[in-house]
Every structure is written in structure tokens, then in C-alpha cells.
Design a protein around this ligand. Structure first.
Ligand code: ATP
Ligand code: MG
Length: 221
């Protein structure tokens, strides 16, 4: 167990994690090594504002899959700050909450993929957000990086760190589709996550469940 008082650099990996996969884990591990990060916090979102809530799995499932996936890495932990907060999840609130929890002396490194960072200027309180943490954008296969984004960071008096991560064209969308089509997801996600998905019938065709928005979800494409 890593004690809070000794931490200097904390990586923050936000995401829906529906489900978490090796693309997330490899990215977090590479960034941890490159930036000498003491602890990476995976922060599953409560209600992602940019996704249709009827199509997002219940947060406790996403939280538990993230816990199982990160269990074997002593530098990885999972935070409940976003899933325990009411309402839609905004990164500005995530970073403010983590700052309160860990204090002013720690350095926060917010880790994103190239696709997510491309939308940052549209995020809530973006200009203030970039002052609360260092931002690291990892390459993601299939996404062309827009050079205007580092420029936007500079205009805010901040800097975006770009990092090449060994290519992994895995996405949660593809994994959900594969489960629905009854294809294998072995080696896409940690074994425990695969078992969790099967056991709870997540992403299965004609499977219904009640989501966080209170509506019954019927997954079909
Ligand atoms: P979905 O397809 O449902 O959007 P996703 O695979 O994009 O899922 P998210 O939970 O949306 O996963 O992503 C969380 C963060 O991880 C984002 O910053 C995203 O850019 C990053 N990320 C996801 N997959 C990869 C990958 N294969 N390589 C690098 N970064 C990734
Ligand atoms: Mg995504």
C-alpha cells in the first residue's frame, strides 16, 4: 500500500472503462515509466456527458472490472471520486477532488489518448482545467493528431506532453461488439475482466438491465 504523504507524482487515467482493456493498461504503464509517476489512479466516470447513458453499463460493473484489471500492478489503484459524485462527470471536478484528497504538494498528470485530448477545448472550464494538472496525450492507432491542440495548450500558458505508446488498436466499442457477436475477447482484456463480463452477461445480445439513468437497456445495433 502506497501512503499518501510520500506521493509526489500521481497519474490520473479517466475513462468510461466499459470495459477496461489492454490499450488503457499499456498506456498507463508506459506513461508511468516515462514520467516517473509514483501511482496511477484509474478513475471510472460516473455519467459520461458525451455518451448515451442508456448504452453505458452500470458504474459498479465498470468500477469492479477496473479493480480486477489493475489488481496485479502495485503502482495502479482505482478511485471512486467520479462514480460517487452525483450528476455528469467532468474532469475539472475529478481533478479538484483529487487535489483535495492528496494535497497541493503532489503533481497530477492527466493521461489521455489522442482521441480524447482532441476534444479538450470543449470540456467544461477547459482553461482552468489545464492549470490543475500536466496533460499527457498518448498516440492511439487510427487517430490523426491535430497540431492545433499543443498550440491551444500554449495559448493557455500550459504544455501538452505527447507520447508514443506501442500501437494497440483495441477499443471498448470493439470489445462490446465482439461479445455481442459471440467472438473471442481473449487477450483483449485481462482474464478476470473476461470472466466478469461472461458471468454478468454484459454486452450480450438481447440482454436487458437497468442502467444508472434508471431505464432498461436493450443492446442492439
Ligand atoms: P469507447 O470505445 O467506449 O469510447 P475506449 O476504448 O475509447 O472506449 P475510454 O474509456 O473511452 O475507452 O477511454 C479512456 C481513455 O483511454 C481515453 O483517454 C482514451 O483516449 C484512452 N484510450 C482508450 N483506448 C486506448 C488505446 N487503445 N490506446 C491509447 N489510449 C487509449
Ligand atoms: Mg473512448
Amino acid at each position: 500500500m502506497i501512503t499518501q504523504s510520500k506521493l509526489c507524482r500521481i497519474g490520473v487515467m479517466g475513462g468510461t472503462f466499459d470495459p477496461i482493456h489492454y490499450g488503457h493498461l499499456v498506456t498507463a504503464e508506459v506513461v508511468r515509466g516515462e514520467f516517473d509517476i509514483d501511482l496511477v489512479l484509474f478513475v471510472p466516470s460516473g455519467l459520461p456527458p458525451h455518451k448515451d447513458p442508456r448504452l453505458v453499463s452500470p458504474k459498479e460493473h465498470r468500477y469492479l472490472m477496473t479493480v480486477f484489471a489493475t489488481l496485479t500492478n502495485p503502482y495502479f489503484e482505482v478511485s471512486r471520486v467520479d462514480i460517487d459524485r452525483e450528476g455528469e462527470t467532468y474532469t475539472i471536478d475529478t481533478l479538484r477532488d483529487l487535489r483535495k484528497l492528496y494535497g497541493d504538494e503532489v503533481e497530477l498528470y492527466f493521461i489521455t489518448g489522442a482521441d480524447a485530448i482532441a476534444e479538450i477545448c470543449e470540456w467544461k472550464d477547459a482553461a482552468e482545467l489545464v492549470k490543475l494538472a500536466e496533460f499527457v496525450a498518448a498516440t492511439r492507432p487510427g487517430y490523426q493528431f491535430d497540431q492545433r491542440i499543443p498550440e491551444w495548450f500554449e495559448q493557455q500558458g500550459s504544455q501538452l506532453h505527447l507520447l508514443q505508446v506501442p500501437a494497440m488498436a483495441i477499443s471498448s466499442t470493439d470489445i462490446r461488439r465482439r461479445v455481442e457477436e459471440q467472438k473471442s475477447i481473449r487477450y483483449f482484456v485481462p482474464e478476470a475482466v473476461e470472466h466478469y463480463i461472461r458471468k454478468n452477461c454484459l454486452y450480450m445480445p438481447k440482454h436487458t438491465h437497468t442502467n444508472d439513468a434508471g431505464s432498461e437497456v436493450f443492446r442492439c445495433r
